[in-house]
Design a protein around this ligand. Sequence first.
Ligand code: P6P
Length: 340
Amino acid sequence: MSETSPISLTRFLIEEQRAHQHLNADLRLLIEVVARACKSISIAVGKGDLGGVLGDAGTGNVQGEAQKKLDVLSNEILLEANAWGGHLAGCASEEMDDPHPIPDAYPKGNFLLLFDPLDGSSNIDVNISVGTIFSVLKCPDGVTNPSAEHFLQPGTMQVAAGYTVYGPSTLLVLTLGHGTHVFTLDRELGSFTLTRRNVQIPPDTREFAINMSNQRHWEAPMQGYVEELLAGKTGPRGKDFNMRWVASMVADVHRILTRGGIFIYPWDKKDAGKPGKLRLMYEANPMAFIVEQAGGAATTGRDRIMEVGPTALHQRVPVFLGSRNEVAYVTEFHRNHDRK
Ligand code: P6P
């Protein structure tokens, strides 16, 4: 076989298992099962109106958000795919109030899977890229029926994380703690093929991603930082910046993984009772792991996201992630403000 032969996800995982002892057969099965489920989600998303799956489901989730039919379908696809394999002790999802146990009919394993089954789903009806985000933790020894508290581990405890982006092509982006890698879905073969190994995010950027309509609700350091960006080369940064905002985290993060940038969803007083919009356990932590493994950085504006001690399954955090030097700049900007 020539070295230019395409490397499938299966071959990649087997070779990773040989190279890194922590990647055992159950973790390899977990990743393959999640990837297979995401292929099914990609097919459902791709049908659009023809699949009768657009629009609202008529139900709400724990976040208080109206669920799209595809939110519910994607969640069910991931739960069913992960029920029988014997690799999981339990699942947690943005779409479910409480952790989901593995049915008694099946054996249980040592991993915990957390996911946002269809992030950015408000974009579904306008045909903008959406995605699935997942995070993998170890279940504490001796726990066979994990409750929410067993999921409350800091991001540094993740053994794997990934997302799929359902865009012009369907991509799986994966880290097992040894680099971040990109797989493209070969629709003819029906398998993910390695297309980028060990992605590196450019350390500097001229591109920021934020929902500017919230500007009046931000705290002072956030206002000051963005004013500098908007001042461009006439201001202290000495260079002009561009702005992009898809309002689909997976799409915005994938752009940043590909060409650099900084993604920001800060705290805002619009909903003062919440520390941010994005969820720590199945959005911020997995994205932070992926970005850090690609040479980027991810903070809350003050602290490293992966070192935040979780207190609730669906807790929210402010998110600043992407090109490490830009994340360092805005984080120092916030810390300097706090020191005054
Ligand atoms: P806004 C999608 O609902 C999401 O959770 C992320 O995917 C996205 O980055 C953010 O919210 C968009 O928020 O306030 O711009 O609609």
